[in-house]
Write a new protein. Structure first.
Length: 106
């Protein structure tokens, strides 16, 4: 009977001690998880801002390239149009002058 009471007391003490250790480990683990979660959120936020900045920069650069190419293409088209108009005008004047020449009398 004495041994049974003693064994029960030892079990109760060990149970309380084990519960206390589990509680301390649980609180410690929760704190580590919370810290890692906050740190991961901060890293994700920084990476998101950095990625947004890169995307904005690339978009602006692409827009500038497109604008330069558009202006260049417009200039080429305008030059070709003026050149074609000049050629057509010269050809038209050539046709007019040849139609006003007197016919050859052979």
């Amino acid at each position: 009977m004495v041994n049974s009471v003693r064994l029960s007391a030892v079990c109760m003490v060990n149970s309380v001690r084990l519960s206390a250790m589990c509680m301390v480990n649980s609180v410690s683990l929760s704190a580590v998880c919370m810290f890692n979660s906050v740190r991961l959120s901060a890293v994700c936020m920084v990476n998101s801002v950095r990625l947004s900045a890169v995307c904005i920069f690339n978009s602006v650069r692409l827009s500038a390239v497109c604008m330069v190419n558009s202006v260049s293409l417009s200039a080429v088209c305008m030059f070709n149009s003026v050149h074609l108009s000049a050629v057509c005008m010269v050809n038209s004047l050539g046709l007019i002058s040849s139609s006003t020449d007197p016919p050859c009398n052979d």
